[in-house]
Design a protein around this ligand. Structure first.
Ligand code: GDP
Ligand code: IMO
Ligand code: MG
Length: 428
Protein backbone atom coordinates (compact mmCIF):
# COMPACT_ATOMS: atom_id res chain seq x y z
CA UNK A 1 0.00 0.00 0.00
CA UNK A 2 2.42 2.67 -1.14
CA UNK A 3 0.01 5.53 -1.92
CA UNK A 4 -0.40 8.59 0.28
CA UNK A 5 -3.08 11.12 -0.62
CA UNK A 6 -3.26 14.75 0.36
CA UNK A 7 -6.72 16.32 0.01
CA UNK A 8 -8.13 19.68 1.03
CA UNK A 9 -10.78 19.04 3.68
CA UNK A 10 -12.41 22.48 3.46
CA UNK A 11 -13.10 24.87 0.55
CA UNK A 12 -9.57 24.84 -0.93
CA UNK A 13 -6.37 26.78 -0.18
CA UNK A 14 -5.64 24.74 2.94
CA UNK A 15 -1.90 24.72 2.23
CA UNK A 16 -1.79 21.51 0.16
CA UNK A 17 1.11 22.79 -1.96
CA UNK A 18 3.42 23.23 1.01
CA UNK A 19 2.58 19.83 2.49
CA UNK A 20 2.96 18.10 -0.88
CA UNK A 21 6.37 19.72 -1.37
CA UNK A 22 7.53 18.50 2.03
CA UNK A 23 6.23 14.95 1.51
CA UNK A 24 7.60 14.83 -2.05
CA UNK A 25 11.13 14.48 -0.69
CA UNK A 26 10.22 10.93 0.36
CA UNK A 27 8.32 9.70 -2.71
CA UNK A 28 8.98 8.70 -6.33
CA UNK A 29 5.79 9.98 -7.99
CA UNK A 30 3.48 12.95 -7.32
CA UNK A 31 0.19 12.94 -9.25
CA UNK A 32 -2.41 15.68 -9.56
CA UNK A 33 -5.69 14.01 -10.45
CA UNK A 34 -8.29 16.70 -11.15
CA UNK A 35 -8.89 20.41 -11.66
CA UNK A 36 -6.84 22.74 -13.77
CA UNK A 37 -5.36 26.19 -13.35
CA UNK A 38 -8.21 27.16 -11.02
CA UNK A 39 -5.87 25.64 -8.42
CA UNK A 40 -3.04 27.71 -7.00
CA UNK A 41 -0.60 25.75 -4.83
CA UNK A 42 2.17 27.69 -3.14
CA UNK A 43 5.62 26.29 -2.50
CA UNK A 44 8.18 28.47 -0.77
CA UNK A 45 11.86 27.85 -1.20
CA UNK A 46 14.09 30.34 0.55
CA UNK A 47 13.00 33.69 -0.85
CA UNK A 48 11.37 32.14 -3.91
CA UNK A 49 7.62 31.80 -3.81
CA UNK A 50 6.41 29.45 -6.51
CA UNK A 51 2.72 29.34 -7.35
CA UNK A 52 1.88 26.14 -9.15
CA UNK A 53 -1.43 25.94 -10.92
CA UNK A 54 -1.11 22.71 -12.88
CA UNK A 55 2.33 21.19 -12.32
CA UNK A 56 2.33 18.98 -9.19
CA UNK A 57 3.99 20.49 -6.14
CA UNK A 58 6.74 17.84 -6.17
CA UNK A 59 8.44 19.47 -9.15
CA UNK A 60 11.37 20.89 -7.15
CA UNK A 61 12.53 17.41 -6.15
CA UNK A 62 15.15 15.80 -8.35
CA UNK A 63 14.08 12.53 -9.95
CA UNK A 64 10.43 12.65 -8.89
CA UNK A 65 7.91 11.85 -11.62
CA UNK A 66 5.24 14.58 -11.68
CA UNK A 67 2.01 13.38 -13.28
CA UNK A 68 -0.71 15.66 -14.60
CA UNK A 69 -3.45 13.07 -14.33
CA UNK A 70 -6.27 12.05 -16.64
CA UNK A 71 -8.98 13.82 -14.63
CA UNK A 72 -7.38 17.21 -15.12
CA UNK A 73 -8.38 19.91 -17.57
CA UNK A 74 -5.22 21.50 -18.87
CA UNK A 75 -4.63 25.04 -20.05
CA UNK A 76 -1.60 24.63 -22.35
CA UNK A 77 -0.69 28.31 -22.36
CA UNK A 78 -0.51 28.69 -18.58
CA UNK A 79 1.15 25.28 -18.26
CA UNK A 80 3.92 26.38 -20.63
CA UNK A 81 4.30 29.62 -18.63
CA UNK A 82 4.78 27.50 -15.46
CA UNK A 83 7.34 25.30 -17.21
CA UNK A 84 9.19 28.42 -18.43
CA UNK A 85 9.34 29.92 -14.94
CA UNK A 86 10.85 26.73 -13.59
CA UNK A 87 13.28 26.37 -16.48
CA UNK A 88 14.44 29.98 -16.19
CA UNK A 89 15.40 29.25 -12.60
CA UNK A 90 16.92 25.92 -13.54
CA UNK A 91 14.46 24.38 -11.08
CA UNK A 92 12.67 21.92 -13.37
CA UNK A 93 14.20 19.03 -11.45
CA UNK A 94 11.52 16.40 -11.68
CA UNK A 95 10.28 14.56 -14.75
CA UNK A 96 6.82 15.36 -16.06
CA UNK A 97 4.10 13.23 -17.62
CA UNK A 98 0.85 14.68 -18.95
CA UNK A 99 -2.02 12.24 -19.27
CA UNK A 100 -3.24 11.92 -22.85
CA UNK A 101 -6.72 11.53 -21.39
CA UNK A 102 -6.67 14.94 -19.73
CA UNK A 103 -8.90 17.45 -21.49
CA UNK A 104 -7.71 20.72 -23.00
CA UNK A 105 -9.04 24.07 -21.80
CA UNK A 106 -9.61 26.15 -24.92
CA UNK A 107 -10.06 29.94 -25.20
CA UNK A 108 -13.78 29.40 -25.84
CA UNK A 109 -14.11 27.61 -22.49
CA UNK A 110 -12.70 30.68 -20.77
CA UNK A 111 -15.00 33.00 -22.75
CA UNK A 112 -18.02 30.81 -21.97
CA UNK A 113 -17.15 30.62 -18.25
CA UNK A 114 -17.06 34.44 -18.10
CA UNK A 115 -20.21 34.85 -20.18
CA UNK A 116 -22.23 32.35 -18.16
CA UNK A 117 -21.08 33.84 -14.84
CA UNK A 118 -22.04 37.33 -16.07
CA UNK A 119 -25.44 36.12 -17.26
CA UNK A 120 -26.18 34.52 -13.87
CA UNK A 121 -26.03 37.94 -12.19
CA UNK A 122 -26.70 37.63 -8.45
CA UNK A 123 -26.79 33.83 -8.76
CA UNK A 124 -23.18 33.65 -10.00
CA UNK A 125 -21.02 30.84 -8.58
CA UNK A 126 -17.97 33.05 -8.31
CA UNK A 127 -15.81 30.74 -10.46
CA UNK A 128 -12.17 31.47 -11.18
CA UNK A 129 -13.22 32.13 -14.81
CA UNK A 130 -10.51 29.76 -16.00
CA UNK A 131 -12.91 27.79 -18.21
CA UNK A 132 -13.05 24.84 -15.82
CA UNK A 133 -16.81 24.20 -15.89
CA UNK A 134 -17.17 24.50 -19.69
CA UNK A 135 -14.16 22.21 -20.27
CA UNK A 136 -15.68 19.51 -18.03
CA UNK A 137 -19.02 20.05 -19.78
CA UNK A 138 -17.38 19.17 -23.09
CA UNK A 139 -15.76 16.13 -21.51
CA UNK A 140 -19.15 14.86 -20.32
CA UNK A 141 -20.72 15.73 -23.67
CA UNK A 142 -17.92 13.78 -25.40
CA UNK A 143 -17.00 16.75 -27.56
CA UNK A 144 -13.81 17.80 -25.78
CA UNK A 145 -10.26 17.93 -27.11
CA UNK A 146 -7.87 15.73 -25.18
CA UNK A 147 -4.15 15.98 -24.74
CA UNK A 148 -3.89 12.90 -27.00
CA UNK A 149 -5.17 15.13 -29.83
CA UNK A 150 -1.91 17.09 -29.52
CA UNK A 151 -0.22 14.06 -31.10
CA UNK A 152 -2.18 14.49 -34.35
CA UNK A 153 -0.33 15.82 -37.40
CA UNK A 154 -0.41 19.65 -37.32
CA UNK A 155 -2.92 20.03 -40.17
CA UNK A 156 -5.37 17.53 -38.64
CA UNK A 157 -5.10 19.19 -35.21
CA UNK A 158 -5.65 22.62 -36.78
CA UNK A 159 -8.77 21.36 -38.60
CA UNK A 160 -10.16 19.93 -35.37
CA UNK A 161 -9.55 23.15 -33.46
CA UNK A 162 -11.00 25.37 -36.19
CA UNK A 163 -14.19 23.28 -36.24
CA UNK A 164 -14.47 23.39 -32.44
CA UNK A 165 -14.02 27.18 -32.30
CA UNK A 166 -16.61 27.74 -35.03
CA UNK A 167 -19.02 25.51 -33.19
CA UNK A 168 -18.60 27.40 -29.92
CA UNK A 169 -18.79 30.77 -31.68
CA UNK A 170 -22.45 30.01 -32.35
CA UNK A 171 -23.04 29.81 -28.60
CA UNK A 172 -21.00 32.89 -27.82
CA UNK A 173 -22.61 35.02 -30.53
CA UNK A 174 -26.21 33.82 -30.41
CA UNK A 175 -26.72 32.90 -26.76
CA UNK A 176 -24.43 35.38 -25.06
CA UNK A 177 -24.32 38.09 -27.76
CA UNK A 178 -20.55 38.24 -27.60
CA UNK A 179 -18.04 38.45 -30.45
CA UNK A 180 -16.89 35.09 -31.77
CA UNK A 181 -13.26 34.01 -31.47
CA UNK A 182 -10.69 33.90 -34.28
CA UNK A 183 -10.59 30.21 -35.25
CA UNK A 184 -7.53 30.57 -37.48
CA UNK A 185 -5.44 32.34 -34.85
CA UNK A 186 -6.41 29.84 -32.13
CA UNK A 187 -5.60 26.88 -34.39
CA UNK A 188 -2.13 28.30 -35.10
CA UNK A 189 -1.51 29.06 -31.44
CA UNK A 190 -2.54 25.59 -30.27
CA UNK A 191 -0.50 23.82 -32.94
CA UNK A 192 2.44 25.69 -31.35
CA UNK A 193 1.43 24.58 -27.85
CA UNK A 194 1.08 20.99 -29.06
CA UNK A 195 4.64 21.05 -30.40
CA UNK A 196 5.94 22.11 -27.02
CA UNK A 197 3.91 19.68 -24.89
CA UNK A 198 3.93 16.58 -27.16
CA UNK A 199 7.06 15.03 -25.60
CA UNK A 200 5.40 14.89 -22.19
CA UNK A 201 2.12 13.24 -23.22
CA UNK A 202 1.58 9.61 -22.27
CA UNK A 203 -0.38 7.01 -20.32
CA UNK A 204 -0.55 8.09 -16.68
CA UNK A 205 -2.49 5.06 -15.49
CA UNK A 206 0.13 2.68 -16.92
CA UNK A 207 3.00 4.75 -15.52
CA UNK A 208 1.41 4.61 -12.06
CA UNK A 209 0.81 0.87 -12.32
CA UNK A 210 4.44 0.30 -13.29
CA UNK A 211 5.65 2.50 -10.41
CA UNK A 212 3.46 0.64 -7.93
CA UNK A 213 4.57 -2.76 -9.26
CA UNK A 214 8.17 -1.65 -8.74
CA UNK A 215 7.38 -0.84 -5.10
CA UNK A 216 7.72 2.92 -5.56
CA UNK A 217 6.10 5.47 -3.24
CA UNK A 218 3.32 7.55 -4.77
CA UNK A 219 1.65 10.74 -3.58
CA UNK A 220 -1.68 12.00 -4.94
CA UNK A 221 -2.08 15.77 -4.68
CA UNK A 222 -5.70 16.85 -4.59
CA UNK A 223 -6.76 20.26 -5.84
CA UNK A 224 -9.60 22.42 -4.46
CA UNK A 225 -11.24 20.83 -1.41
CA UNK A 226 -13.84 18.24 -0.47
CA UNK A 227 -16.54 20.90 0.05
CA UNK A 228 -15.98 21.94 -3.58
CA UNK A 229 -16.50 18.37 -4.87
CA UNK A 230 -19.07 18.16 -7.68
CA UNK A 231 -21.09 15.50 -5.78
CA UNK A 232 -20.24 15.90 -2.11
CA UNK A 233 -19.60 19.64 -2.01
CA UNK A 234 -21.94 22.57 -1.44
CA UNK A 235 -23.60 22.25 -4.86
CA UNK A 236 -23.99 24.33 -6.99
CA UNK A 237 -21.21 26.40 -5.37
CA UNK A 238 -18.60 23.81 -6.25
CA UNK A 239 -16.04 23.11 -8.92
CA UNK A 240 -16.79 20.71 -11.77
CA UNK A 241 -14.60 17.76 -10.77
CA UNK A 242 -14.51 15.04 -8.12
CA UNK A 243 -12.05 16.25 -5.51
CA UNK A 244 -12.62 13.33 -3.10
CA UNK A 245 -10.36 10.30 -2.79
CA UNK A 246 -12.71 8.21 -4.93
CA UNK A 247 -12.36 10.74 -7.75
CA UNK A 248 -8.60 10.36 -7.71
CA UNK A 249 -8.77 6.57 -7.85
CA UNK A 250 -11.29 6.69 -10.66
CA UNK A 251 -9.49 9.06 -12.99
CA UNK A 252 -6.01 7.68 -12.37
CA UNK A 253 -7.20 4.08 -12.65
CA UNK A 254 -5.54 2.99 -9.40
CA UNK A 255 -6.90 0.31 -7.05
CA UNK A 256 -8.22 1.41 -3.63
CA UNK A 257 -6.08 -1.41 -2.19
CA UNK A 258 -2.99 0.72 -2.90
CA UNK A 259 -4.01 3.50 -0.49
CA UNK A 260 -2.11 3.73 2.77
CA UNK A 261 -2.68 7.24 4.17
CA UNK A 262 -5.27 9.85 3.32
CA UNK A 263 -4.23 13.18 4.81
CA UNK A 264 -6.88 15.88 5.07
CA UNK A 265 -5.37 19.36 4.94
CA UNK A 266 -7.29 21.60 7.34
CA UNK A 267 -6.57 25.25 7.88
CA UNK A 268 -6.66 26.17 11.58
CA UNK A 269 -9.59 28.46 10.68
CA UNK A 270 -11.90 28.46 7.66
CA UNK A 271 -11.81 30.27 4.32
CA UNK A 272 -13.76 30.31 1.10
CA UNK A 273 -13.37 32.16 -2.22
CA UNK A 274 -16.40 32.70 -4.40
CA UNK A 275 -20.07 32.42 -3.49
CA UNK A 276 -22.02 29.92 -1.40
CA UNK A 277 -23.03 29.46 2.24
CA UNK A 278 -20.33 29.58 4.92
CA UNK A 279 -21.84 29.13 8.41
CA UNK A 280 -18.81 30.26 10.47
CA UNK A 281 -17.95 33.27 8.30
CA UNK A 282 -16.88 36.38 10.23
CA UNK A 283 -17.59 39.54 8.31
CA UNK A 284 -16.52 42.07 10.92
CA UNK A 285 -13.25 42.73 12.70
CA UNK A 286 -12.41 39.07 13.25
CA UNK A 287 -12.87 38.32 9.55
CA UNK A 288 -10.46 41.11 8.69
CA UNK A 289 -8.02 39.91 11.35
CA UNK A 290 -7.97 36.38 9.94
CA UNK A 291 -7.66 37.64 6.35
CA UNK A 292 -4.71 39.93 7.02
CA UNK A 293 -4.10 43.13 5.17
CA UNK A 294 -2.54 41.71 2.03
CA UNK A 295 0.89 42.87 3.17
CA UNK A 296 2.09 39.23 3.35
CA UNK A 297 1.66 36.85 0.46
CA UNK A 298 0.14 34.27 2.81
CA UNK A 299 -2.67 36.66 3.75
CA UNK A 300 -6.04 35.41 2.57
CA UNK A 301 -6.20 36.67 -1.00
CA UNK A 302 -6.74 34.11 -3.79
CA UNK A 303 -3.57 32.55 -5.25
CA UNK A 304 -5.18 32.31 -8.68
CA UNK A 305 -7.52 35.31 -8.85
CA UNK A 306 -6.29 37.70 -6.13
CA UNK A 307 -9.82 37.94 -4.71
CA UNK A 308 -10.07 38.46 -0.93
CA UNK A 309 -10.97 35.16 0.70
CA UNK A 310 -13.93 35.04 3.07
CA UNK A 311 -12.68 34.04 6.54
CA UNK A 312 -14.21 32.57 9.67
CA UNK A 313 -13.82 30.16 12.58
CA UNK A 314 -12.81 26.55 12.11
CA UNK A 315 -15.84 24.40 11.32
CA UNK A 316 -15.41 20.83 12.57
CA UNK A 317 -18.74 19.72 11.11
CA UNK A 318 -17.29 20.18 7.64
CA UNK A 319 -14.07 18.43 8.67
CA UNK A 320 -15.92 15.42 10.09
CA UNK A 321 -18.04 15.29 6.94
CA UNK A 322 -14.94 15.44 4.73
CA UNK A 323 -13.32 12.69 6.78
CA UNK A 324 -16.31 10.46 6.17
CA UNK A 325 -16.78 11.00 2.43
CA UNK A 326 -13.08 10.73 1.66
CA UNK A 327 -11.83 8.17 4.18
CA UNK A 328 -9.32 10.49 5.85
CA UNK A 329 -6.86 8.66 8.09
CA UNK A 330 -5.27 11.78 9.60
CA UNK A 331 -5.20 15.57 9.44
CA UNK A 332 -2.54 18.16 8.65
CA UNK A 333 -3.47 21.38 10.43
CA UNK A 334 -2.04 24.40 8.62
CA UNK A 335 -1.50 28.09 9.35
CA UNK A 336 -1.75 27.65 13.11
CA UNK A 337 0.63 30.64 13.44
CA UNK A 338 -2.11 32.95 12.11
CA UNK A 339 -4.13 32.43 15.30
CA UNK A 340 -1.39 33.78 17.62
CA UNK A 341 -2.50 36.89 19.46
CA UNK A 342 -6.25 36.18 19.46
CA UNK A 343 -7.46 36.07 23.03
CA UNK A 344 -10.33 33.65 22.64
CA UNK A 345 -10.84 31.25 19.77
CA UNK A 346 -14.11 29.73 18.66
CA UNK A 347 -14.58 26.38 16.97
CA UNK A 348 -17.85 25.21 15.45
CA UNK A 349 -18.76 21.74 16.70
CA UNK A 350 -22.33 21.44 15.42
CA UNK A 351 -25.15 23.17 13.55
CA UNK A 352 -28.60 23.91 14.85
CA UNK A 353 -31.30 23.57 12.21
CA UNK A 354 -35.05 23.60 12.83
CA UNK A 355 -34.61 22.50 16.44
CA UNK A 356 -32.24 19.65 15.56
CA UNK A 357 -28.48 19.38 16.00
CA UNK A 358 -26.31 18.26 13.09
CA UNK A 359 -22.71 17.33 13.71
CA UNK A 360 -21.56 15.18 10.82
CA UNK A 361 -23.60 16.21 7.80
CA UNK A 362 -23.31 19.23 5.59
CA UNK A 363 -26.92 19.74 4.45
CA UNK A 364 -27.98 21.05 1.01
CA UNK A 365 -27.12 24.71 0.50
CA UNK A 366 -30.64 25.99 1.13
CA UNK A 367 -30.40 24.52 4.65
CA UNK A 368 -26.70 25.21 5.12
CA UNK A 369 -27.47 28.90 4.60
CA UNK A 370 -29.93 28.73 7.54
CA UNK A 371 -27.93 26.76 10.12
CA UNK A 372 -26.82 28.34 13.35
CA UNK A 373 -23.29 27.29 14.29
CA UNK A 374 -22.75 25.89 17.79
CA UNK A 375 -19.40 27.13 19.07
CA UNK A 376 -17.04 26.02 21.78
CA UNK A 377 -14.66 28.65 23.09
CA UNK A 378 -11.00 27.90 23.61
CA UNK A 379 -8.30 30.08 25.16
CA UNK A 380 -5.85 31.56 22.64
CA UNK A 381 -2.11 32.20 22.93
CA UNK A 382 0.04 35.25 22.33
CA UNK A 383 3.38 33.76 21.24
CA UNK A 384 4.37 33.66 17.56
CA UNK A 385 4.82 30.05 16.39
CA UNK A 386 7.06 30.41 13.33
CA UNK A 387 10.10 28.94 15.10
CA UNK A 388 8.38 26.00 16.79
CA UNK A 389 9.50 22.61 15.50
CA UNK A 390 8.36 20.19 18.21
CA UNK A 391 4.86 19.76 19.58
CA UNK A 392 6.06 20.40 23.11
CA UNK A 393 7.54 23.75 21.97
CA UNK A 394 4.04 25.04 21.15
CA UNK A 395 2.26 27.15 23.79
CA UNK A 396 0.03 25.00 26.00
CA UNK A 397 -3.13 26.55 24.56
CA UNK A 398 -1.96 25.87 20.99
CA UNK A 399 -1.37 22.24 21.99
CA UNK A 400 -4.86 22.25 23.51
CA UNK A 401 -6.33 23.60 20.24
CA UNK A 402 -4.78 20.70 18.29
CA UNK A 403 -5.89 18.12 20.90
CA UNK A 404 -9.42 19.56 20.70
CA UNK A 405 -9.43 19.03 16.92
CA UNK A 406 -8.22 15.44 17.39
CA UNK A 407 -10.82 14.69 20.03
CA UNK A 408 -13.72 16.13 18.10
CA UNK A 409 -12.83 14.55 14.77
CA UNK A 410 -11.47 11.25 16.07
CA UNK A 411 -8.46 11.68 13.77
CA UNK A 412 -4.81 12.14 14.65
CA UNK A 413 -3.13 15.38 13.56
CA UNK A 414 0.15 14.16 12.07
CA UNK A 415 1.60 17.52 11.09
CA UNK A 416 1.03 21.14 12.03
CA UNK A 417 2.37 23.97 9.89
CA UNK A 418 3.47 27.23 11.47
CA UNK A 419 4.67 29.25 8.48
CA UNK A 420 4.92 29.05 4.69
CA UNK A 421 8.58 27.94 4.59
CA UNK A 422 9.54 24.34 3.87
CA UNK A 423 10.91 23.76 7.37
CA UNK A 424 8.10 25.54 9.24
CA UNK A 425 6.30 22.39 10.33
CA UNK A 426 5.79 20.56 13.59
CA UNK A 427 5.64 16.75 13.43
CA UNK A 428 3.22 15.35 15.95
P1 GDP B 1 -3.27 25.31 -1.51
O1 GDP B 1 -4.13 25.73 -2.64
O2 GDP B 1 -3.98 24.37 -0.59
O3 GDP B 1 -1.93 24.74 -1.92
O4 GDP B 1 -2.97 26.63 -0.65
P2 GDP B 1 -2.52 28.07 -1.24
O5 GDP B 1 -1.12 28.00 -1.66
O6 GDP B 1 -3.52 28.57 -2.21
O7 GDP B 1 -2.71 28.98 0.05
C1 GDP B 1 -2.01 28.76 1.22
C2 GDP B 1 -1.19 30.03 1.54
O8 GDP B 1 -0.72 29.95 2.86
C3 GDP B 1 0.06 30.19 0.69
O9 GDP B 1 0.35 31.54 0.55
C4 GDP B 1 1.13 29.47 1.52
O10 GDP B 1 2.45 29.94 1.25
C5 GDP B 1 0.70 29.87 2.90
N1 GDP B 1 0.98 28.89 3.95
C6 GDP B 1 0.98 27.54 3.90
N2 GDP B 1 1.19 27.02 5.12
C7 GDP B 1 1.31 28.07 5.96
C8 GDP B 1 1.49 28.20 7.39
O11 GDP B 1 1.57 27.23 8.13
N3 GDP B 1 1.52 29.49 7.89
C9 GDP B 1 1.42 30.59 7.10
N4 GDP B 1 1.47 31.79 7.67
N5 GDP B 1 1.25 30.50 5.78
C10 GDP B 1 1.19 29.26 5.22
P1 IMO C 1 -6.79 25.16 -4.68
O1 IMO C 1 -6.37 23.87 -5.36
C1 IMO C 1 -10.13 27.72 -3.49
C2 IMO C 1 -13.61 27.80 -6.18
C3 IMO C 1 -13.90 29.10 -6.90
C4 IMO C 1 -15.42 29.00 -7.00
C5 IMO C 1 -15.64 27.51 -7.25
C6 IMO C 1 -15.82 27.14 -8.70
O2 IMO C 1 -5.80 26.24 -4.80
O3 IMO C 1 -7.23 24.88 -3.29
P2 IMO C 1 -14.15 26.96 -10.77
O4 IMO C 1 -13.28 27.99 -11.41
O5 IMO C 1 -13.40 25.76 -10.27
O6 IMO C 1 -15.31 26.57 -11.64
O7 IMO C 1 -14.78 27.71 -9.50
O8 IMO C 1 -14.49 26.86 -6.74
N1 IMO C 1 -12.23 27.27 -6.38
C7 IMO C 1 -11.27 27.31 -5.43
N2 IMO C 1 -11.25 27.86 -4.20
N3 IMO C 1 -9.06 27.02 -3.93
C8 IMO C 1 -9.05 26.44 -5.15
O9 IMO C 1 -8.05 25.64 -5.56
C9 IMO C 1 -10.18 26.61 -5.98
N4 IMO C 1 -10.49 26.21 -7.23
C10 IMO C 1 -11.75 26.61 -7.44
O10 IMO C 1 -13.48 30.21 -6.15
O11 IMO C 1 -15.99 29.31 -5.76
MG1 MG D 1 -4.78 27.50 -3.54
Amino acid sequence: MPVTVIIGAQWGDEGKGKITDSLAGHVDVVARYQGGDNAGHTVVHGDWMLRLHQIPSGILHEGVLCVLGGGMVINPKTLIAEMDELQTRDAFRARMLISGRAHVIMPYHIALDGASEASRGAAAIGTTRRGIGPAYQDKAARTGLRMYDFRLPDDKLADKIRAAVEDKNVLLERLYEQPGLDAEAIAAQFVGHAGRLRPYIGDDSLALAESLEAGKQVLFEGAQGILLDIDHGTYPYVTSSATVLGGGLSVLGVSPREIKRVIGAVKAYQTRVGEGPFPTEQTGEMGARLRGTGANYWDEFGTTTGRPRRCGWLDLVTVRYSARVSGLTELAVTKLDILSGIEELQVCVGYRLDGKTLDRVVPPVEDLARVEPIYERLPGWQEPLGHSRRFRDLPVNAQGYIRFIEERTGLPVSVITVGPGRDQSVER
